[in-house]
Design a protein around this ligand. Sequence first.
Ligand SMILES: Nc1ncnc2c1ncn2[C@@H]1O[C@H](COP(=O)(O)OP(=O)(O)OP(=O)(O)O)[C@@H](O)[C@H]1O
Length: 361
Amino acid sequence: MSTAPATTPGATSATGTPVFSVDGLWKVFGPKAHRVPADPELAGLTSAELRARTGCTAAVQDVSFDVRKGEVFVVMGLSGSGKSTLVRCLTRLIEPTAGTIAIDGEDVRAMDKTRLRELRRHRAAMVFQHFGLLPHRTVLDNVAYGLEIQGVGRAERRERAAAVVAKVGLEGMEHRRPGQLSGGQRQRVGLARALAVDPEVLLFDEPFSALDPLIRRDMQEEVVRLHREEGRTMVFITHDLSEALKLGDRIALMRDGRVVQLGTPEEIVGSPADDYVREFVRDVPREQVMTVRTAMRAASADEAGSGPALAPDATVSEAIEAVARTGAPARVMEGSRCLGVVDHERLLGVVAGTNQRKEVA
Ligand SMILES: Nc1ncnc2c1ncn2[C@@H]1O[C@H](COP(=O)(O)OP(=O)(O)OP(=O)(O)O)[C@@H](O)[C@H]1O
């Protein structure tokens, strides 16, 4: 069903300039951790076997991927699957055991202390779940803090901080202290503080998991908006599948330290790589994720000339509405060219998951 190429674990991008490029990355905790990636026998064990044999925990095991410029790259998996360890390795908040990491082609593992500090302060800012705000400082001063560390003068940093505070919707709260804010507002301050240093890439470590559902949705929309407006590269950790599907251009799904599938939401939902992924995405409403580009069939000459028109990235859900309204198959149009049509049968096939089963079989 999917017209996109199949994704393989650890696949790297063929297009675009990678911001981060990760290859064969390992993080092993425990005694003599270095011997694990180097020894094919140990490297081939499951986490449980490795722990029993050596007392080591392989939190990240032979992971490779690129983060492309301008994308939201989501690292998703259940608790303990290695998400935080993986993302902390990107800026060496955790020291990798083996493998290579590059940012814009520069070797992160070869960086000295000064260069690393520069990386974390200017190029890859982290937004944490537990905001890490300074309680005695105002919102404005918390946001300006990163700029202060960078040595930006007081007047300029206050001006830049005020602009970012407004951007995240906290205008009028500049002089409050963190204790006078709600959880969602505090998270916005954390986001503003990371944005203020204008980093090339923002790293989010489960930033919204402590928020209640409505505020969480607000914050997700905020991230989508910021991303749309600024096109900033983002790496986003979450254990929440719906959050991953909503935010991610691509998702790396982790299990037990490994990336089991890397792909767009549509690829992950439409063509799960294995039974684990299939089970993971089983309850996702497919019609909200799958696009008509994937669901369409070839059009006859008659069909290509009439019927409602949809863009190729319209969802199946939108197509159902159009087909129900007009009673005719909907045309998938790229400019004036008809790529194909979606009719009742194709659309129902997506909802029922029968197209998918046919392809997988
Ligand atoms: N400092 C450490 N020492 C030993 N083991 C660790 C250490 N940090 C993490 N681990 C182990 O590594 C594995 C991956 O942990 P990690 O925190 O990266 O997972 P996670 O997917 O981010 O989980 P969560 O969603 O619960 O934060 C777990 O088995 C964890 O117990």
